[in-house]
Design a protein around this ligand. Structure first.
Ligand code: GLN
Length: 210
């Protein structure tokens, strides 16, 4: 067995499997050279080198997190140095602040990342669309074909947040230390670059620091 931090070591990525497209995330993690496993209990969270919170419906996922004690376990894992990548609803769950309005309704978030998000920010009539977006930090030349499904946006980001990508002048990809978020769904386009970035640039370096 190779050690964490060494290149041959397969990074273990726990994919939260409450709701949403966790299978597609697992496949993308595997393609990116990692070892994915589904997370449904606090015990499973502990063994992950990194965690992915998939898209879905964030109010429902938030309630399930509390019901199964996963909210506390996720916060503890993060405070002990485990990186987390949230896509779409996962981005909402990581946010410290959600814009007020009808969608706010008592929503649970983990409150880890210094961002404010607005849910369903592209309007109901265009619940779903695709767009090419450039994320220079990950690939300077080749844009991502980004799939947005009732997607949120970041409306405010604290000073320690790096804005990595925008669409229609709205922030949709960002990083704060070992937290990565994207409003789009990279697991749906056979494009492993976001996952490879998370595994190789965020999770792998974190293993030697823990
Ligand atoms: N609109 C959803 C929410 O607010 C997120 C959609 C998604 O994850 N694709 O929770």
């Amino acid at each position: 067995m190779s050690e964490p931090g060494k290149l041959a070591y397969k990074i273990k990525i726990g994919v939260l499997a409450m709701q949403g497209d966790f299978d597609a995330h697992c496949k993308t993690v595997e393609d990116a050279g990692g070892y994915p496993f589904l997370v449904r209990t606090p015990q499973e969270i502990v063994s992950a080198d990194g965690l992915i919170l998939p898209g879905g419906e964030s109010t429902t996922i938030g309630k399930l997190l509390v019901r199964y004690g996963l909210d506390k376990a996720l916060k503890e894992a993060h405070s002990s140095g485990t990186p987390v990548y949230g896509t779409c609803a996962g981005m909402i769950l990581l946010a410290k602040r959600i814009e007020s309005g009808a969608e706010r309704g008592g929503q649970t978030t983990l409150g880890l990342m210094d961002i404010t998000v607005a849910r369903n920010a592209f309007g109901r009539q265009v619940d779903s669309f695709e767009s090419d977006i450039l994320v220079p930090e990950i690939d300077e030349k080749e844009p991502f074909r980004a799939v947005f499904i009732r997607a949120p946006i970041i409306t405010e980001a604290g000073p320690s947040v790096n804005i990595l990508g925008c669409v229609q002048d709205k922030i949709v990809v960002a990083r704060q230390g070992n937290l990565l978020v994207s409003a789009f769904h990279p697991e749906l386009t056979n494009d492993g670059r976001m996952h490879r970035y998370f595994l190789n640039e965020i999770v792998r370096p974190s293993l030697t620091e823990r």
